[in-house]
Design a protein around this ligand. Structure first.
Ligand SMILES: *[C@@H]1O[C@H](CO)[C@@H](O)[C@H](O)[C@H]1NC(C)=O
Ligand SMILES: *[C@@H]1O[C@H](CO)[C@@H](O)[C@H](O)[C@H]1NC(C)=O
Ligand SMILES: *[C@@H]1O[C@H](CO)[C@@H](O)[C@H](O)[C@H]1NC(C)=O
Ligand SMILES: *[C@@H]1O[C@H](CO)[C@@H](O)[C@H](O)[C@H]1NC(C)=O
Ligand SMILES: CC(=O)N[C@H]1CO[C@H](CO)[C@@H](O)[C@@H]1O
Length: 489
């Protein structure tokens, strides 16, 4: 397997100092002191700061998805140092990583090759199967009764002066965000947007910021998020591209050699490493967007993604990050003492990994690391083959479904691969889409993390007027045919 090589830009990557040894540490944020002071003391928001609430959710499980729980635990640490209280931070994580037998440092999660433990102290509000769509939405709505007996029962009991910060990290597909376990219901974009409308109607927040790390994350909001709800969103990727894993084995910068999995995701570490380093009172939402956008774009390569803003951008972008995530008092004086205007930017090369390939990377790495001739090696090879096999099966099934429905491969590919223009939701008829997803699962098995990339084809078929019952017939035919052939799943 070929490495994804991409040249990382230089100048803006300087928040990246955590990774650069101290002796070549360079700080390049050139700031106008008067401006910063003006910003901190500005008075554009006269109402008192209410309570800061946060929901942090890692939507995956399995060791090959180490990075999502590491991202979320890291986010908790940043918010905690920012001054948020545990009672106001609701954490969802499957919690199968820290003590996973594959974890080289039991009980410890890192989100950076040199990073410290981010797992210690993280509240386990909802773990295991309690990480699901219903619980997430009930927590957002502050519906305590719906959560009786589930996890810690903690909810966002926000009031009209409060802010809410939502951060989600995981795999996604067209108009969906995954939840842990291949059989679990994903969060559909229409349901999420309906939930936001409902939350807004109850008047139980002042403003909300949502950060989403997932493939095709933009499709959760594109053409869907209603304006005027005081919600500001950024997504790791636009509506139709992958997002990227980071600090992966053999990459630059690499995970330590004993790790067979990526430690973070590019968009996530971009906002986290920025937030833990700077004075968040002096950083606006727009400024962080710009910092994260540049880092995540991974200049001049196709191994980065486009960070997109949605919602009430104009109204909220001048607010400080502090309003949502607080700030670590240790960073207060940061800008004022450490600016070196004459320093040269550090040139670095950096790699990232398509989130959809991280399973392959993991099992390949396990295979490579296992001793020659050992049972572990045989097993790892088997698992690697299974992943390859699964990918072929999902790809093959979509080809066959297309041919069955449209007659020719050309015609099929035109529908299946279509991407709607910006501003349009990924699908109009969500009920058609959900029915097709269920039919596919029934006839072909659950979408693998890799297979999520084909969900857009189902949405497209709905948009092209294919009836769910005809899709059901097609998927039944396609997957039976594949099973009869040597591609047994
Ligand atoms: C710095 O900001 C102040 C206040 O906004 C402004 O008057 C001044 O011109 C700025 N200085 C530079 C060098 O941009
Ligand atoms: C919200 O803030 C306003 C002042 O801007 C205050 O009058 C009101 O009591 C606050 N509401 C709550 C629920 O704290
Ligand atoms: C809370 O959840 C319960 C159970 O799902 C539901 O019956 C009830 O309507 C919800 N309450 C609110 C205010 O949404
Ligand atoms: C937001 O900040 C920009 C740049 O500092 C400024 O030009 C603009 O007027 C501000 N907008 C609002 C609504 O305060
Ligand atoms: C998976 C992927 O997109 N890899 C690409 C990363 O960037 C390099 C250089 O731009 C390409 O050659 C790879 O194909």
């Amino acid at each position: 397997m070929k490495m994804n090589l991409c040249s990382f830009f230089s100048v803006l990557l300087l928040h990246f100092v955590v990774l650069i040894p101290n002796h070549i540490c360079v700080e390049s944020r050139i700031v106008n002191f008067s401006k910063v002071k003006e910003f901190i003391s500005r008075d554009d928001d006269k109402s008192p700061q209410g309570t800061r609430w946060a929901i942090l959710l890692a939507g995956s499980n399995g060791y090959s998805n180490y990075r999502h729980q590491a991202d979320v635990c890291h986010a908790y640490q940043v918010l905690k140092k920012g001054g948020l209280k545990d009672e106001n931070i609701v954490v969802f994580m499957y919690d199968d990583i820290a003590f996973n037998e594959k974890n080289p440092r039991p009980g410890v999660l890192i989100n950076n090759p040199r990073g410290e433990d981010v797992y210690n102290g993280v509240p386990k509000d909802y773990i295991g199967r309690d990480v699901n769509v219903n619980n997430f939405l009930n927590v957002l709505h502050g519906n305590k009764s719906a959560l009786t007996g589930k996890g810690s029962g903690k909810v966002v009991s926000s009031g009209p002066n409060d802010t809410i910060f939502v951060y989600y990290a995981d795999h996604g597909g067209a108009g969906i965000l995954s939840m842990p376990g291949i059989f679990s219901e994903p969060l559909y974009a229409n349901d999420f947007n309906d939930a936001l409308i409902k939350k807004h109607k109850t008047g139980t927040y002042k403003s909300m910021v949502i950060y989403i790390e997932a493939c095709e994350a933009g499709s959760m909001f594109e053409g869907l998020l209603k304006p005027g709800m005081n919600i500001y969103v950024t997504t790791a990727s636009n509506a139709h591209e992958s997002s990227w894993g980071y600090y992966c084995p053999d990459d630059v910068p690499a995970a330590p050699s004993e790790y067979t999995t990526c430690l973070g995701d590019l968009y996530s570490i971009a906002w986290l490493e920025d937030s833990e380093k700077y004075n968040m009172k002096a950083e606006s939402l727009e400024k962080q967007y710009e910092v994260v956008r540049r880092r995540t774009f991974n200049e001049n390569s196709d191994n980065g993604s486009h960070v997109i803003q949605y919602g009430d951008i104009k109204q909220l972008r001048n607010q400080s990050m502090y309003t949502y995530i607080g700030t670590n008092p240790e960073n207060d004086e940061y800008k004022f003492s450490k600016i070196k205007t004459n320093s040269k930017p550090v040139q670095m090369l950096s790699h990232s990994r398509n989130q959809r390939d991280t399973d392959l990377i993991h099992f390949k790495q396990q295979y490579q690391n296992a001793p020659e001739g050992s049972e572990k090696k045989t097993k790892a090879w088997q698992r690697y083959q299974n992943v390859v096999h699964d990918r072929n099966y999902v790809d093959g099934s979509m080809d066959l479904i297309g041919k069955f429905l449209f007659g020719t491969t050309e015609m099929a590919s035109e529908v299946l691969k279509a991407v709607r223009p910006a501003g349009q939701p990924v699908v109009d008829d969500w009920s058609c889409y959900k029915t097709m997803v269920e039919a596919y699962k029934k006839n072909c098995g659950p979408f693998s993390r890799y297979g999520l990339k084909h969900m857009r084809s189902l949405a497209n078929m709905c948009n092209a007027g294919v009836k769910p019952e005809n899709f059901a017939k097609a998927s039944n035919y396609a997957c039976n045919t594949l099973r009869k052939s040597s591609l047994q799943r």
